[in-house]
Design a protein around this ligand. Structure first.
Ligand SMILES: [Fe+2]
Length: 462
């Protein structure tokens, strides 16, 4: 381990990369349900080489896909790098060439290379498994072999890692930020991919300021773009200051438009400075839009504009209400939970529609770290919350819901999660009854090694 690995938290412990591409048959304890058949794909950053940038950030490591293939009570595991143009160029030269989000930190050999790490989310839509990262085109992966198939160029540019798939129409609704010729700009895009995979819309507009817009919200008829004060600045980057930084004075702005509307019609609502990496879901009733979001009082993981460290902070679920018929552009906010959490998910069959159930990785100990030590289920109809706490420094990934069948009620199914076993420096795939999280996993598939902390995952029926 070199000096950077000792000092950089994103290269240490279970953040450290795993550099082998493996195939394992996992040992199962408990009972994998007979009807649980398909694959959990997870993705996260996993730098191929020691980063050249002394300010290496977790978000900028090469993507690696981890596939857990489940069927007949058994689990197979396969992991492969996403071989982006960046990965290929660095592989050719045998060393890191790109910086950590700051274009000025790149080696001259990167000129003309498209780059990309494709490390943030992995989504199945219109027959394509796509590794997503918010700065580039989606990147196609073969769902069985996890072989890299290349950028999906019909998207014509960068796409969020958090598109929403409308369960009724099959459309994939998405956006992009930092769009345009100038890096770290306020340019944004709004896009729609039809159920058959055709990109039918990509329109551009300007955000109130340049910011990291990690995720957004979509309802049956509306789209909401949260532009929150984790700002982007090329001027800062060229002055040796952080390209992305917390600037609370700019406040929080959420642009609302109809999904079929013109981007010129976006109405900007506002609230006090906060940050949201991930909403749970959004829906509409009459003239009101509702969004349940994991809200941080200040952006975590990023510095302040002067380069000083950011505050340690944690997120909790709040409900935002937007009154489209009202004269006020203020967002009404209501707290709906009282433990720290991240990676909130709903049953994908109710995404963009009103949900009853939510699951998230939680930290009831309020440690304000990204080591999430519990899985929580919230029933928003009864107000009941169940929590399963892990022991001894173990930490969970995002919980991913799998319906028991295509026609099962919302929330009737299983939760899958990949858990890091700190004491053994290893990982396990856990399966829970989705509405009985507190009783613990009904099946555990044991990995012979660890899966580094990553970002997102999704289930795909095979
Ligand atoms: Fe995310």
């Amino acid at each position: 381990m070199d000096g950077s690995a000792r000092t950089n938290p994103y290269l240490a412990g279970n953040f450290a990369p795993v550099r082998s591409e493996d195939d394992f048959d996992l040992t199962v304890t408990g009972q994998i349900p007979a009807d649980l058949r398909g694959a959990l794909f997870r993705i996260g950053p996993n730098p191929q080489f020691e980063p050249r940038d002394p300010n290496h950030h977790w978000f900028f490591g090469d993507g690696m896909v981890h596939g857990f293939y489940v069927g007949d009570g058994k689990v197979r595991y396969r992991n492969r790098y996403v071989r982006t143009p960046k990965w290929e160029l660095e592989h050719t030269h045998g060393r890191s060439l790109f910086g950590s989000g700051n274009p000025l930190a790149n080696d001259p050999l990167t000129v003309g290379n498209e780059g990309g790490v494709a490390n943030t989310n992995i989504v199945w839509h219109a027959g394509l498994l796509m590794a997503l990262e918010e700065g580039h085109h989606p990147f196609e992966m073969d769902p069985k072999t996890l072989a890299s198939c290349g950028y999906v160029r019909r998207y014509q540019g960068r796409v969020t890692a958090h598109p929403k798939i409308d369960p009724k129409t099959g459309e994939m609704v998405w956006f992009a930020y930092g769009v345009g010729e100038t890096p770290l700009s306020a340019g944004m895009s709004y896009g729609v991919t039809a159920a058959d995979g055709r990109v039918v819309r990509r329109d551009e507009f300007q955000a109130p300021f340049a910011a990291m817009v990690h995720d957004f919200m979509v309802t049956e008829n509306h789209v909401l773009f949260p532009v929150l004060p984790l700002t982007a600045s090329l001027q800062r980057a060229t002055s040796g200051l952080p390209p992305f930084a917390w600037e609370p004075d700019k406040g929080s702005h959420v642009g609302v438009m109809r999904r079929d509307g013109d981007v010129a019609s976006i109405r900007w609502f506002n609230t006090e400075a906060c940050y949201v990496f991930h909403p749970l879901n959004a829906w509409e009733e009459g003239d009101k839009l509702f969004a349940d979001v994991m809200r941080y009082p200040a952006a975590p993981l990023f510095p302040k504009a002067d380069g000083s460290p950011g505050d340690k902070t944690a997120a909790r679920l709040v409900r935002w209400t937007f009154d489209l018929a009202g004269a006020s552009d203020a967002i009404h906010e209501q707290v709906i939970d009282d433990i720290d959490g991240e990676f909130p998910r709903v049953d994908p069959r109710v995404e963009t529609r009103k949900h009853r159930h939510g699951w998230y990785a939680a930290d009831p100990t309020a440690s304000k770290t990204v080591r999430l030590n519990s899985i929580a289920h919230l029933d928003l109809q009864t107000g009941k919350r169940q929590v399963y706490e892990l022991d001894g420094g173990d930490a969970t990934s995002e919980p991913v819901f799998v319906p028991r069948s295509a026609t099962a009620d919302e929330g009737d199914g299983w939760i899958t999660a990949v858990v890091y076993r700190a004491g053994e420096d290893r990982s396990d795939l856990l399966v829970f009854e989705a509405q009985d999280i507190a009783k613990g996993p009904i099946a555990v598939a044991q990995m012979p090694r660890r899966v580094p902390f990553g970002f997102h995952g999704n289930w795909m029926d095979f």
